[in-house]
Design a protein around this ligand. Structure first.
Ligand code: CP
Ligand code: NVA
Length: 310
């Protein structure tokens, strides 16, 4: 397993260099090709004895199931817990939880209400901590999305991705990826739902090719891929206000028609047809959402393998 003194955390795409991220994506492609039985060359040493502890403070279908199956296909095992099952849910500190879990397991994956919880776990754990979504980012999803893009359209470097909708956690991980993988990201969001300033400032500092406007057509024109996400993320309570603000940002066939010929459509799911995307787009020939969902499994195997020292 990875050195206990310097665990390889996977918290944000922004934290890793381009070379490491490329290595993980290449491993994800290889994992998919290899199928259920991951060949020894792709497995981290000692994986047969490794355990992943998963903690969920929010619901999950894809992240929960794909991480569990990913760990099994690598040859290890996993344990899925809701935070209310843990003393964490009744006030044990994040730091103490990290110290204790580090004595049992080999990696922690957490879906947290607060990004600070993930950072706190990583600060005090002596094993890798993986961000399985917070209010700020969703890096594992975007690794699967990049794998999916490349399967359909080749290397993502220099290509154009359009994000239309809420400037949310998933959008922020796309921004991180634009800087590290070298593609153009054009976001169209209502002004009051632009990605948070911290992320925009980060993209400017990194000189990332990220453009933000409130014009969906401008964002989509000529893009290789159009992406959207739910208008109401987990933990948000202002659903009615958001739906009103976001109505002009729905991805429908007319908007999709402005993208490049052969463009693909992605959505991390769960999706709400008739809201952020029309049924004819998400269920239509340009949609690659089922490959995208499947690739969570392969990308996760690659992320786990890297975290565990492969
Ligand atoms: N896309 C995604 O993370 O799905 P789940 O919420 O089902 O894990
Ligand atoms: N933005 C969504 C993504 C769900 C996978 C949320 O945070 O609920």
């Amino acid at each position: 397993m990875a050195s206990k003194s310097s665990p390889r955390h996977f918290i944000d795409i922004a934290d890793l260099d381009s070379k490491t991220l490329r290595r993980i994506i290449d491993a994800a492609h290889a994992m998919k090709k290899a199928g259920k039985r991951v060949p020894p060359a792709l497995r981290p040493k000692g994986i047969e004895d490794a355990s992943l502890v998963m903690i969920f403070e929010k619901p999950s279908t894809r992240t929960r199931v794909s991480f569990d199956i990913a760990m099994r296909q690598l040859g290890g095992e996993s344990l899925s817990l809701n935070h209310t099952d843990l003393q964490l849910g009744r006030g044990e500190s994040v730091a103490d939880t990290a110290r204790v879990l580090s004595r049992y397991a080999d990696a922690i994956m957490i879906r947290a209400n607060a990004h600070a919880t993930v950072l706190g776990l990583a600060e005090h754990a002596t094993i890798p901590v993986i961000n399985g979504l917070t209010e700020k980012s969703h890096p594992c999803q975007i690794m699967a999305d990049i794998q999916t893009f490349e399967e359909h359209l080749g290397n993502i470097k220099g290509r154009t991705i359009a994000w239309v909708g809420d400037g949310n956690n998933v959008a922020v991980s796309w921004m991180h990826a634009a800087a590290r993988f070298g593609f153009m990201l054009r976001l169209a969001c209502p002004k009051s739902l632009f990605p948070e300033d911290e992320a925009l400032e980060w993209a400017r500092t990194e000189k990332a090719a990220v453009a933000v406007s409130d014009d969906p057509e401008k964002a989509v024109r000529g893009a290789d891929c159009v992406v959207t996400d739910t208008w109401v993320s987990m933990g948000q309570s202002d659903a009615a206000k958001r739906k009103k603000l976001l109505a002009p940002f729905a991805v429908d066939a007319k908007l999709m028609g402005k993208a490049a010929k052969g463009a693909i459509f992605m959505h991390c799911l769960p999706a709400y047809r008739g809201h952020e995307v029309s049924a004819d787009v998400i269920d239509g020939p340009q949609s690659v959402i089922w490959d995208e969902a499947e690739n969570r499994l392969h990308a996760q195997k690659a992320i786990l393998a890297w975290c565990l020292g492969a």
